[in-house]
Design a protein around this ligand. Structure first.
Ligand code: HC9
Length: 517
């Protein structure tokens, strides 16, 4: 293996690294390699890549074991177990896909410093295969290299910059108000002054309504009693799309396609549904835009802004807007469901959050954007949810330079994964990790590379600001109107279906505030 010999050659360290090493009093030379201050127990000799512990010698056998452990649904627990067995770094090979896995925030910092100018994560092959198969362009999620960078720079300005956030707030606030009105109606109709239900379907609709109103500047009307069957179909397709992705992660989709596997056919059908619905929305706006004279000064939505900006091709715009629409449903709704679940389990905390929201409301008299600046505990609650119940089990990058982690040399080009789920539950990283404590994010304990629910750096989640704002507003409105309770103390665990989902339905009771006592 040519790679294993690389470690002997002098390691090029980025400048920022040299600085760190000198301040820690350790000088680097090729004969006496770097020792990291935080691990004084480690030897002074950097150990080679092929001494990293783990199971990486027989990819096929490992894939078989993985399958036996039902790894397709347990990936997060298997990773956490591996860190327990092998320590804070391990190497792994499952099928044809090889990686180095890390868990410490300080090591995550080293990883992200080595991500290079064109950060690259693990390619989700079922998704690229579908686009190749149907001749669709990739959006920024799937693009790489200069094509990724030039698209991302333009999209950043319209989707994630603080400048546009102010445009999103009133749109999302309106959806939040409509959601609350809908829940009030459901409670009234129940005749019991409460509503006990699995809220996930309502949350899916809330999330799709929110992301659509920001993307298209128009409402779909999903908070009404009658909903467009196409919108429901779209929601169902996203669920199937995620579910059918994970079994194909470790088997080349090209192979599954050739043998006509059911999982591949279901996957194609799901993406077809997603693309045709997104296309309908995009065509609508496109038509409207050509008819209108464009004199209104109302914010027209992300899609119209991109079209008018005229810096990306229509095909590129469509591809990324479709990704934003598909990526913005299950991710935020599941995070909100987990948050309500945690608030139902912690009634005192729920009251504390309610008090914060009430005070912020009183201080800001209808200025909702200002209000968002005064609810740090609500924001902490969302971070805490993503710590215990992250959407993504891991973050990955192909490193673009040699690095040293836990005193092991890792050559440039290696796929390095940060176990996000495992990190969130590691007692060495978070004090009493099993406790849901939003206030930990307000205290002075270190937050350095610990809040990574949306990823990090230029390749982080493009929808991050939309998602955060949408979720903060949701919680504000819910806390102002209802108390959330749980029947019994049942623990709900996560299951891996490409994203992490609750393994069983979460049933909650919602009561209006005034009359619930
Ligand atoms: C899944 O081992 C586990 O909103 C794999 C590595 C991996 C790669 C890419 C990750 C994926 C995991 C989880 C789901 C992620 C995806 C990249 C984007 C996607 C985080 C960790 C988000 C949920 C996106 C999906 C958008 C899409 C529907 C257009």
């Amino acid at each position: 293996m040519a790679r294993c010999r690389v470690w002997c050659s002098p390691v090029t360290l980025p400048l920022s690294w040299r600085g760190e090493l000198t301040t820690s009093g350790v000088r680097y030379s090729s004969s006496m390699p770097a020792v990291r201050q935080s691990y004084p127990e480690s030897t002074s000799v950097v150990r080679p890549f092929n001494e990293i512990p783990g199971l990486w010698k027989n990819g096929v056998a490992n894939l078989y074991n993985f399958w036996k452990l039902d790894g397709f649904r347990n990936l997060h627990r298997i990773m956490a177990n591996n860190f327990n067995t092998f320590g804070p770094i391990y190497r792994e090979k499952i099928g044809y896909y090889e990686s180095v896995n890390i868990i410490n925030p300080e090591d995550a910092a080293i990883l992200f410093k080595a991500e290079g100018y064109y950060p690259k994560r693990l390619k989700v092959e079922p998704w690229t295969s579908y686009r190749d198969y149907r001749n669709h362009k990739y959006g920024v999620l799937l693009k790489d290299g200069e094509d990724w960078r030039s698209n991302r720079v333009i999209l950043n300005k319209e989707v994630i910059s603080p400048k546009v956030l102010g445009n999103f707030v009133p749109l999302l606030d309106e959806v939040g108000q409509d959601f609350v009105a809908r829940v009030h109606k459901k409670i009234e109709r129940s005749g019991q002054n409460k509503w006990t239900t699995d809220l996930s379907h309502e949350l899916f609709k809330y999330a799709l309504e929110s992301v659509s109103s920001v993307l298209y500047g128009e409402r779909l009307g999903l908070m009404l009693d009658y909903i467009d069957p196409d919108a429901q179909h779209f929601i169902d397709c996203i669920t199937v799309m995620f579910k059918t992705t994970s079994p194909m992660l470790y088997i080349p989709p090209g192979l599954l396609r050739r043998v006509g596997a059911k999982v591949w056919r279901d996957h194609v059908e799901a993406w077809d549904g997603i693309f045709s619905q997104a296309d309908r929305c995009i065509q609508n706006i496109y038509r409207r835009l050509r008819q209108e004279t464009g004199t209104s000064n109302k914010y027209p939505g992300v899609l119209a802004s991109l079209l008018m900006l005229d810096k990306l091709s229509i095909e590129d715009i469509k591809a990324s807007v479709t990704e934003l629409m598909a990526g913005g449903v299950d991710t935020t709704s599941i995070t909100l469901l987990w948050t309500l679940y945690e608030l139902a389990r912690h009634p005192n905390l729920q009251e504390e959050l309610r008090a914060e929201v009430a005070a912020a409301r009183a201080e800001t008299q209808g200025d909702i954007q200002e209000m968002l600046r005064r609810v740090p505990l609500v924001k902490g609650a969302l971070k805490e949810t993503l710590r215990l119940h992250p959407v993504a089990v891991s973050l990955q990058r192909y490193i673009t330079e040699d690095i040293i982690i836990q005193n092991y040399h890792i050559p440039s080009g290696t796929l390095v994964q940060l176990g996000l789920y495992a990190m969130g539950r590691d007692p060495k990283v978070f004090l009493r990790p099993e406790q849901y404590q939003p206030s930990r994010w307000l205290r002075t304990e270190s937050h350095y590379f610990r809040s990574l629910g949306f990823g990090f750096g230029p390749r982080q989640c493009l929808g991050r600001r939309i998602a955060e704002t949408e979720m903060q507003l949701f919680l504000i409105h819910m806390l102002e109107n209802f108390r959330v309770e749980k029947q019994r103390q049942v623990e709900v665990q996560s299951t891996f279906e490409l994203i992490l989902l609750p393994e069983k339905p979460i049933v909650l009771t919602v009561k209006p505030l005034q009359s619930s006592r």
